[in-house]
Design a protein around this ligand. Structure first.
Ligand SMILES: NC(=O)c1ccc[n+]([C@@H]2O[C@H](COP(=O)([O-])OP(=O)(O)OC[C@H]3O[C@@H](n4cnc5c(N)ncnc54)[C@H](OP(=O)(O)O)[C@@H]3O)[C@@H](O)[C@H]2O)c1
Length: 289
């Protein structure tokens, strides 16, 4: 496998194309709106006149169009022999959409890997860029040297739904951490402190959080929640301090209120003295609240 074809050169498709060009690969691009392919063509990419021409040109076809449905619409009328090719689709979606697309690909004998880009655009082409893949392992193995050009590829399993599942899970984790960071930064800014100083301090705190992920995953697995990191009641009163401080500083209280709400629901389930991982019980029962 040597030749790369990029279907869709929006923000992500452009970053992917640039990474392959920088690594010296023969890269062909196609985009519905021609202007958005121009940056890649100026960097040395070939421009395909049609979607079909693009696919015929490449060994590895990477789709970065917005949705699974967009890709179905594009591929549906195209009849070619995919035998020596591999299709990779980076668009985000749900597990159902990925499984439905997987079925579509299998019916057309398209060797397919579902994919997700986890580290934004700037890290594409660098080791820090995490990419997830699911589908037939032999396709992953065959494409791996090319996938390593994008960053660090991780194979999750043959079920196409695994990619969007872990994509959405990591996205949830990122937002959970970031919303805490943004609220904390607003708090310290209200006292004239710099977010950069806080970020440096926070970086030293993340090993502790990593340790909690591991320990609390064990608790979630067993359904037994040791309270050695404090119980639900203690954490609720600590979060009430965050809310009170936020009110004092005239900043939003959405974030502490949201946490207090989950902790209160956990408490109402009789888990007030349980460890904090027991909030998962309230989250799982959300529909019954
Ligand atoms: N940007 C990121 O940081 C990032 C990170 C992880 C995952 N992703 C995922 O990657 C995918 C692309 O994201 P992006 O940021 O590159 O979005 P984008 O800049 O908005 O690009 C969207 C691409 O989809 C094409 N497209 C949309 N509808 C189409 C249609 N009906 N037919 C043909 N082409 C169509 C667009 O073509 P036109 O130029 O003609 O509109 C463009 O090439 C999304 O699923 C996104 O969730 C993005």
């Amino acid at each position: 496998m040597k030749k790369i074809s990029i279907l869709g050169t929006g923000v992500m498709g452009n970053a992917i194309g640039q990474a392959y060009l920088k690594a010296g690969y023969n890269t062909t691009v196609w985009n519905r709106t021609l202007q958005k392919a121009e940056a890649l063509v100026s960097s040395g990419a070939n421009l395909a006149k049609t979607e079909k021409e693009l696919i015929l040109e490449g060994d590895l076809i990477i789709s970065a169009v917005a949705t699974y449905d967009n890709l179905i619409e594009i591929l549906d009328p195209i009849e070619i022999d995919w035998k020596t090719k591999i299709l990779i689709n980076i668009s985000s979606g749900t597990t159902q959409q990925a499984r439905d697309f997987g079925e579509f690909a299998q019916k057309r004998n398209i060797p397919y890997l579902d994919a997700a880009a986890m580290s934004g655009v700037k890290r594409v082409g660098h080791k820090e860029g995490l990419f997830l893949f699911s589908g037939d392992y032999s396709y992953f193995e065959k494409a791996k040297p090319l996938l390593e050009v994008l960053g660090s590829p991780a194979y999750l399993g043959s079920d196409f739904g695994l990619t969007p599942l872990y994509d959405n899970a990591l996205f949830t984790l990122a937002w959970g951490s970031l919303i805490g960071f943004y609220h904390a930064s607003a708090l310290i800014a209200a006292e004239g402190q710099q977010a950069g100083r806080f970020a440096a301090l926070a970086a030293n705190h993340t090993p502790f959080l990593n340790a909690l992920f591991k320990e609390h995953a064990e608790a979630i697995g067993t359904g037994i929640y040791p309270n050695d990191d404090g119980n639900i009641e203690i954490h609720k009163s600590a979060m009430e301090h965050v809310k009170a401080l936020s009110e004092e500083k005239n900043i939003g209280t959405d974030f502490p209120s949201f946490i207090i709400d989950i902790l209160s629901r956990t408490e109402k389930m009789g888990l007030g003295d349980s460890g904090i991982a027991s909030v998962i019980e309230a989250i799982k029962k959300d529909h019954a609240k």
